[in-house]
Design a binder for this molecule. Structure first.
Ligand SMILES: [Zn+2]
Ligand SMILES: [Zn+2]
Length: 314
């Protein structure tokens, strides 16, 4: 598939933001050799295992990880896609439904479509309703950040950068609007989200990982190259435990294509991807202060993406 790695490029898009985001994770006092990482990063990408469970973007160590059989990384793993579905696609009344039920539908869809779901906890002591995955535990806050008027321009800039020519302003605004409506009843909608990983374990045995230690993510990598993913344990081990948030954006496209395969579902497909990317940026706004460098890994199929990026990242 991607055996000619010479066509793959790692591009540094600079820091996530020039302002300060509300999250805690910061890179400000860290001396990261981003130029060195950029040169070597491609060596840390491998083909995904075809039946390997979906992983979170979380960069922490997974002691059980089989680095010869890695699943793709998306925020919150498989249940994380549920909110994108609710905001971007679902034709139901936004005043009904719960995140728990949406996650259940998403996990069932994964299983039905032959995709291996996955998610994670961590090994800390937490309150009973906290699972240890920032993308699940912080989901209410992530929704807040996504619709925060103070962050929206920065948010839109990054979403445009990642979606390139497929960015559609109307779709962007539609997802924001759905977010506003859902936020008005977020206590009800998100009730019971702490049970989602039990549900995942039940529907897909052994699909829940337990990550160790503390967050030490020092960069964000968005990977566009289909069917490849980051060897997260090896990357951190070789970089003095500097971890990377790895987002396999190709997987969101693939999932959209698999969930909505018909020509008549083109709009659902695009809106699902838009909502997923919007929530990913909002997740980074919730977890970090925006001081982490953002790298993209893409196949060099011409200048299209780079022209977009240079125009938009100002
Ligand atoms: Zn924790
Ligand atoms: Zn997570």
């Amino acid at each position: 598939m991607n055996d000619n790695t010479s066509t793959i490029q790692i591009i540094n898009l600079g820091y996530l933001t020039d302002t300060t985001w509300p999250g805690h994770l910061s890179n400000i006092d860290r001396q990261i050799d981003i130029a060195g990482i950029q040169v070597q990063l491609n060596e840390y990408y491998v083909p995904v295992g075809s039946h390997a469970k979906t992983r979170c973007i979380d960069g922490r160590h997974d002691p059980e990880l089989d680095e010869g059989n890695l699943g793709p990384q998306v925020p919150g793993g498989a249940p994380g896609a549920a909110l994108a579905y609710r905001l971007g696609v679902d034709k139901d009344d936004l005043t009904r439904g719960t995140f728990y039920n949406d996650a259940e539908i998403m996990i069932e869809s994964y299983v039905r479509l032959g995709l291996a779901p996955g998610g994670h906890r961590d090994n800390h002591e937490h309150d009973a309703d906290v699972v240890g995955c920032g993308a699940i535990d912080g989901i209410e806050l992530i929704l807040e950040r996504m619709i925060d008027p103070k962050l929206v321009e920065d948010h839109k800039r990054l979403v445009k950068t990642l979606l390139g020519t497929s960015f559609n302003r109307d779709q962007y605004l539609r997802v924001l609007g759905a977010g506003l409506v859902l936020r008005s009843r977020s206590t009800d909608y998100f009730a019971g989200r702490g049970d989602i990983l039990n549900l995942l374990e039940e529907k897909a045995p052994k699909s829940v990982s337990v990550l160790e230690g503390h967050h030490q993510e020092g960069l964000v990598v968005v990977n566009f190259v289909p069917n490849t993913t980051l060897t997260s344990n090896r990357f951190a081990r070789d970089h003095q435990n500097v971890q990377a948030f790895g987002y396999d954006i190709w997987r969101s496209r693939q999932l959209a294509q698999t969930l909505f395969p018909l020509p008549s579902q083109a709009v659902d497909r695009e809106q699902f991807i838009t909502a997923r990317v919007m929530l990913t940026i909002a997740t980074l706004m919730t977890l970090t202060d925006g001081s982490l460098p953002l790298l993209v890994r893409i196949e060099d199929k011409g200048l299209e993406f780079r022209e977009d990026a240079t125009n938009l990242v100002r």
